[in-house]
Design a protein around this ligand. Structure first.
Ligand code: B12
Length: 254
């Protein structure tokens, strides 16, 4: 008896089947066409560190530039992961695993090249003194790195002095602070005062579970945001010469 496969008929007549797409399906639609780049992007998406290096080497052997691969393949792959996380299709562990694969890939590319990679700009990030909650800050640094920023990550439980010294040493375009506890978030006020005393006029972006827009505006600390995924967009605006007032207007909720 003739067996009819309805799927093939629908595909033949170009009728899209009503079926929920898996994260892999969504990602696959975003993968680039260039096969060499695609293999790297896919390995970053899968969080397969070994495969990332194999695919990078293959691309370099075929004439791709090591540093260009950072932007075109590694960051592109992480961009897809960030997008799917943003859309609620991937979870935090997926992001962290892919971020590690991307970081290993970046180191590999840097070692393979005799030139240095050009980042868009530098951002200093930290979790306030007395606070070890660093998961949100880790997400934030992943988003910044995958959008081409160099992140000076000071870690968690960072004393005010250390934050100020890092800003003076690295001269970033902006500073991000994370606080998860109502007892620790007051460090932000001290940091803002110390930045001011030292004549440093960069945007201070504040976030983390305990922090509210009301707290940040009441003490005129800087710019508040509750979503780590937005931080690269804020950095892009800073590069576009947005003032602190512009940023508040654009990113604060009414
Ligand atoms: C995981 C966790 C821990 C872990 C931390 C592990 C780690 N490495 O981070 C451990 C077990 C160590 C821990 C310890 C403690 N914890 Co705890 N912990 C939590 C918990 C359950 C989740 C926090 C978390 O990671 N959330 C997920 C991340 C992704 O959220 P997030 O950091 O806020 O980041 C998001 C946004 O805020 C934003 N964001 C973050 N940073 C920034 C920065 C900028 C610039 C921007 C724009 C955005 C942004 O981006 C992220 C998403 O997009 C919370 C409960 C809760 N509901 O939040 C309690 C909680 C934060 N902990 C709490 C407490 C009290 C403690 C302890 C004091 C407990 C104790 N008695 O020992 C200790 C504190 C130790 C210390 N000195 O810091 C309280 C704080 C209460 C308060 N408001 O002050 C909470 C709220 C639990 C509660 N309901 O009581 N904790």
């Amino acid at each position: 008896m003739l067996e009819i496969n309805p799927t093939s008929i629908l595909i033949r007549y170009n009728v899209k089947l009503e079926k929920e797409m898996s994260p892999d399906d969504v990602a696959r639609e975003l993968f680039p066409e260039d096969e060499l780049i695609r293999d790297i992007v896919e390995a970053v998406f899968e969080g397969d560190e070994d495969e990332v290096l194999v695919a990078l080497q293959e691309a370099m052997d075929q004439g791709k530039d090591a540093l260009q691969l950072i932007d075109d393949a590694l960051m592109a792959g992480m961009g897809i992961v960030s997008k799917l996380y943003d859309d609620g299709l991937l979870y935090l562990p997926d992001v962290m695993i892919s971020a590690q694969a991307m970081t290993d890939g970046i180191e590999y590319c840097k070692r393979a090249s005799d030139r240095s990679h050009e980042f868009k700009a530098k951002v200093v990030s930290f979790v306030v003194e007395g606070d070890v909650h660093d998961i949100g800050k880790k997400i934030l640094t992943v988003f910044l790195k995958s959008n081409g920023y160099e992140v000076i990550d000071l870690g968690s439980d960072v004393p005010v002095d250390e934050v100020i010294s890092a800003v003076m040493e690295h001269r970033p375009i902006m500073l991000t602070g994370t606080a998860l506890m109502t007892t620790t978030m007051y460090s932000f006020r001290e940091i803002k005062d110390r930045l001011h005393e030292n004549g440093i006029d960069i945007p201070f972006i504040c976030g983390g579970g305990a922090v509210t827009q009301d707290f940040v505006t009441r003490y005129d600390i800087g710019v508040y945001c509750d979503d780590a995924a937005i931080v690269p967009k804020i950095a892009d605006q800073v590069l576009n010469n947005a003032t602190i007032e512009d940023l508040k207007e654009q990113f604060h909720r009414n």
